[in-house]
Design a protein around this ligand. Structure first.
Ligand code: 2RA
Length: 351
C-alpha cells in the first residue's frame, strides 16, 4: 500500500502551495489527510484533483499516518509533532521549533539527503526559507572550493510572513497608487499607509525594511541567527563565519540573497559557473549584457534556486560574489518539505 500523508496547516500560505505541489509531483501517496486548526475544520481543499475536507488538529487524526508534514507556527509544531510521532508517524516540520535540536536532522535533499535516516526523535526539520534559497547554491561551491565565510544581505518577500503579509502589502499599494508625491518627503508614505502595518515594523510599499523576525542578542534579528545557525548545520561546518543582514522588500513571493562567499582556495568564476550548472536544484541565470539576472518576478512559482551576477572578488582571489533568488513558499518551504517526505516514502516502500 502507498503511505498515508497528513498535511498539517493545509489552509495557510505554505499549505496551499503544498496542495499544488502534491497535485503536480510524481504521486507517491495513498491517502492524504488535510489538517488545520478547529477554526478551519470542514473547509474544502483541492489536492491531486480530489476535494478533501479539512480535519481539526487532534491526536486521533494521526492514527494510521506514515508521514505528517507541519506548516504551522513554532509553538504548534513544538506541541503537535511529538504527538504525531507518538501515533506512529514521522514528522517533517517546517517551523523553527526543532531545527537546532541535536537529535533532529536539518535536511536539504540536494545537500544532505542521507540525514533523513538519522532521526532519533522521529522528527526531521526543514530549514528557514532564507537559508534554503541561498544554501542550495552555496553548497556546490563549498564542495568545489571549501567554504570559510559568508557575508550576505537578504531581500525577503512579504509572503514569508504568511498570507497576512501579502494582504498587507497589497492594501498598502492600493492606498498609495497614483500619488506621485509619495516617497519624496519624509513621512508622507507613512501617512498614506496609516497605522495598520500588518506583521511588519514599518510600511513596505515604496520602502525596504532592514528587519525580519524578532530581536535577539546584541542587535541581531532571529532571522539573521537562523541563517547563520542553519547554514552551519546543513553544511556540517560548525565554525563557519556568517554575517547576515535580513531585509524585507516590497515583493510578494521570492526571497533573494546577495552573497559574498570566502573559500579556502582560489576560485575562478567559470569553474564556479560550471559547478552551479551541474548542481541539482540550481538554475544559472547570468547574462547581464542581455539583462538576465535572478529575480523574484521570474523565480516565483518555480522550483530551483536561481543564481546569477557571479563574479570573483576584485580584492580576494578566494571569494565569490553572487545573487540568488528562490520561491520562499516552494523551495523555501513546501517543496523542500515535500522532497523530504518523498525520501521517507521511498524508504517505506523499500522495507
Ligand atoms: C520570513 N523566513 O520570511 C521568514 C518566514 N519563515 O518572514
Amino acid at each position: 500500500p502507498m503511505p498515508t500523508l497528513a498535511v498539517v496547516g493545509a489552509t495557510g500560505a505554505v499549505g496551499a502551495v503544498m496542495c499544488d505541489l502534491l497535485s503536480s509531483r510524481r504521486n507517491v501517496w495513498g491517502e492524504i489527510r488535510v489538517v488545520a486548526s478547529a477554526r478551519s475544520a470542514g473547509r474544502k481543499v483541492q489536492c491531486r484533483g480530489e476535494e478533501l475536507t479539512v480535519q481539526a488538529l487532534r491526536p486521533e487524526v494521526f492514527d494510521g499516518v506514515d508521514v505528517a508534514m507541519f506548516d504551522v507556527p513554532d509553538e504548534i509544531s513544538a506541541e503537535w509533532a511529538p504527538v504525531a510521532v507518538s501515533r506512529g508517524a514521522v514528522a517533517v516540520d517546517n517551523s523553527g521549533a526543532f531545527r537546532m535540536d541535536r537529535d533532529v536532522p536539518l535536511v536539504v535533499p540536494e545537500i544532505n539527503p542521507e540525514q533523513v535516516r538519522n532521526r532519533p526523535k522521529g522528527i526531521i526539520a526543514n530549514a528557514n526559507c532564507t537559508t534554503l534559497a541561498m544554501i542550495v547554491a552555496v553548497a556546490p561551491l563549498h564542495r568545489e572550493y571549501g567554504l570559510r565565510e559568508l557575508v550576505l544581505a537578504s531581500y525577503q518577500a512579504v509572503s514569508g510572513a504568511g498570507q497576512v503579509g501579502v494582504d498587507t502589502l497589497h492594501d498598502q499599494l492600493a492606498k498609495i497608487a497614483g500619488d506621485r508625491v509619495l516617497g519624496s518627503r519624509p513621512g508622507n508614505v507613512r501617512q498614506a499607509v496609516g497605522d495598520d502595518l500588518g506583521p511588519f515594523p514599518a510600511p513596505l510599499a515604496l520602502n525596504v525594511v532592514p528587519w525580519a523576525g524578532s530581536l535577539k542578542e546584541a542587535g541581531w534579528s532571529s532571522e539573521e541567527l537562523k541563517v547563520r545557525n542553519e547554514s552551519r548545520k546543513i553544511l556540517g561546518l560548525p565554525d563557519l563565519k556568517v554575517s547576515a543582514t535580513c531585509v524585507r522588500v516590497p515583493v510578494v513571493t521570492g526571497h533573494s540573497v546577495a552573497v559574498h562567499a570566502v573559500f579556502g582556495t582560489e576560485v575562478d568564476a567559470e569553474g564556479a559557473r560550471e559547478a552551479l550548472r551541474n548542481a541539482p536544484g540550481v538554475i544559472l541565470v547570468d547574462d547581464p549584457a542581455a539583462g538576465e539576472f535572478p529575480m523574484p518576478i521570474d523565480a516565483v512559482g518555480t522550483d530551483p534556486s536561481w543564481v546569477g551576477r557571479l563574479r570573483r572578488s576584485m580584492d580576494d582571489p578566494r571569494a565569490l560574489d553572487l545573487f540568488v533568488t528562490g520561491d520562499n513558499l516552494r523551495k523555501g518551504a513546501a517543496l523542500n518539505t515535500a522532497q523530504i517526505a518523498e525520501l521517507l516514502a521511498a524508504e517505506l516502500a523499500s522495507r
